[in-house]
Design a protein around this ligand. Structure first.
Ligand code: ZN
Length: 393
C-alpha cells in the first residue's frame, strides 16, 4: 500500500493538494498581485483551507452548478461520487461588478492582506438558497445558524479550481494542525491499520470519553478531531476546549493509541447531511471508522435523534468507504458502578448520573464541579475558570 493510501484510500481515490511550492508559488504571487481581489470571510477561508489540504478530496475548487444541483437533489456529485453538502463560493452583488468578467480572481482573507489563492473561474450561477436550505438543513428557518449563514452569503456562486499560495494564517494550536497527508503519515508511523475519528465542537465529558474508548477497543488508534472553524457564538471557545482536551489526554488517554489534531472546518449544524460530510472528510484524513452519536452536528430540535445515524443507510457501504460506528447517549450508572448506555445498562434514569447541558452550565458558572461521574475534575476546573474569566470581561 502506498503512503497516500494508508490506511484507507481518500474519497475519489487520491489525496488532493492544491498548495503551490517553489517557483510555481512565486509565479502565482506575481500573477495574483495584478488580479481583481476578493476578500472572503472566516467560513469561506475554512473551506479554502479544507480544499487546499485535500480534506475535501476529490474537490479541487469551488463547485459548479451541475454538482451543486446534483448534491442538493441526490447527495452525489455528477460523476456519481457520494457528497452531502455543496462547497461553493457565494459573492454579493456589491463585489460582483469588480470581478465581473475576470477569468482569474485573487482570494484574500483581509482587504490589505496578500492573496492566499487564485481562483480560475469556470462559471457563475445563481445560488438557490431556498432549495439549498431545505435540502441541506431540512429547514429554511433563519433561527438555524447554518441557514442564517447561508442567507448571509452572496447570491452568486463563482465556481472554479484553486491554486493556493498560502494557507490561512493561524496563530493558535500550530502543533495540532495536521493536514490529511500528515495524519496519514502519523497513522502509518504508529502502525495503525484501523483508526476511528471523533468529531467534536464541545468539551469532552465522561460520556464522550467512554464512547471514544469503546470505539478504540475495536480499532488500532483514535483521532480526536475537534472542529476549530467558525461555530455559534454560544459554543465554548476553541482555546478553552483545547485546554480541556489536553487535560484529558494527559490524564486519561493512552498516548500510543490516541492523538488530537484540528479539523479546520466551519460548523454548518446541518445534522444528518453534515454527519456524512464529516465522515467523508475524516476518511480523507485517513480514518477507517467514524463515531456518529445521537443528533450528530445538530442544533436545537431541527433533526430527529437518530437522523444522523440513519442517513448512512441511504448509501451503499462502499460508496462512503469509512465505517460509521453508531452510539447511544452514555452515562455513569450508580448500580452498574460504571459507564454504560441504554443498550448496556438495565437500570432506571434515577440510578444514572445524567445532567442537562443547562444544568452543567449553571453548576460551572456557580463555580461547582459537576459530579466526577459526569466530568473529569481537571476538565471541570478549566471550564469553571473560563466562565469566571468570561464573567469578568
Ligand atoms: Zn446500570
Amino acid at each position: 500500500m502506498t503512503d497516500d493510501l494508508w490506511p484507507i484510500a481518500p474519497h475519489g481515490g487520491s489525496l488532493v493538494n492544491l498548495l503551490a511550492t517553489g517557483a510555481q508559488r512565486d509565479t502565482l504571487v506575481e500573477e495574483a498581485a495584478n488580479l481583481p481581489k476578493l476578500t472572503i470571510n472566516e467560513r469561506e477561508l475554512s473551506d479554502l483551507e479544507m480544499l487546499a489540504i485535500g480534506a475535501l478530496s476529490p474537490l479541487t475548487g469551488f463547485q459548479t452548478e451541475a454538482d451543486y444541483r446534483s448534491i442538493l437533489e441526490t447527495m452525489h456529485l455528477t460523476d456519481g461520487l457520494a457528497w452531502a453538502i455543496p462547497v461553493v463560493l457565494g459573492v454579493g452583488d456589491e463585489h460582483l461588478h469588480r470581478i465581473s468578467a475576470a477569468s482569474s480572481i485573487a482570494l484574500t482573507g483581509a482587504n490589505d492582506a496578500p492573496p492566499l489563492a487564485i481562483l480560475r473561474v469556470s462559471e457563475r450561477f445563481a445560488r438557490d438558497k431556498h432549495e439549498e436550505a431545505l435540502s441541506v438543513y431540512r429547514t429554511d428557518d433563519l433561527e438555524h445558524p447554518g441557514v442564517k449563514a447561508l442567507y448571509d452569503a452572496g447570491d452568486t456562486c463563482i465556481a472554479g479550481s484553486l491554486e493556493v499560495i498560502a494557507l490561512p494564517d493561524h496563530e493558535d494550536f500550530v502543533n495540532y494542525r495536521l493536514t490529511p497527508a500528515e495524519t496519514r503519515d502519523a497513522f502509518r508511523q504508529r502502525g495503525w491499520r484501523t483508526v476511528v475519528g471523533f468529531q467534536t465542537r464541545n468539551p469532552i465529558h465522561r460520556a464522550h470519553e467512554y464512547i471514544q474508548k469503546c470505539a478504540l477497543e475495536i480499532v488500532d488508534g483514535l483521532l480526536v478531531h475537534p472542529l476549530m472553524g467558525a461555530t455559534k457564538a454560544d459554543d465554548v471557545p476553541p482555546d478553552v476546549r483545547m485546554r480541556c482536551y489536553e487535560a484529558l489526554f494527559s490524564g486519561y488517554y493512552p498516548h500510543d493509541r490516541a492523538m488530537i489534531s484540528i479539523f479546520p472546518a466551519a460548523m454548518r449544524y446541518a445534522g444528518p447531511r453534515e454527519a456524512i460530510w464529516h465522515a467523508i472528510a475524516r476518511k480523507n484524513y485517513g480514518c477507517t471508522h467514524f463515531i456518529v452519536g445521537r443528533d450528530h452536528a445538530g442544533v436545537g430540535s431541527y433533526y430527529g435523534t437518530y437522523d444522523a445515524q440513519k442517513i448512512f443507510e441511504e448509501f451503499e457501504p462502499d460508496e462512503l468507504g469509512i465505517t460509521p460506528l453508531r452510539f447511544e447517549h452514555s452515562f455513569f450508572c450508580l448500580k452498574c458502578e460504571g459507564m454504560g448506555s441504554p443498550k448496556t445498562c438495565p437500570h432506571e434514569d434515577d440510578d444514572r448520573v445524567i445532567l442537562s447541558g443547562t444544568k452543567v452550565r449553571e453548576m460551572l458558572r456557580a463555580g461547582d464541579r459537576p459530579p466526577i461521574e459526569f466530568s473529569r475534575p481537571e476538565v471541570a476546573d478549566i471550564l469553571i475558570a473560563a466562565m469566571r474569566d468570561q464573567a469578568a470581561v
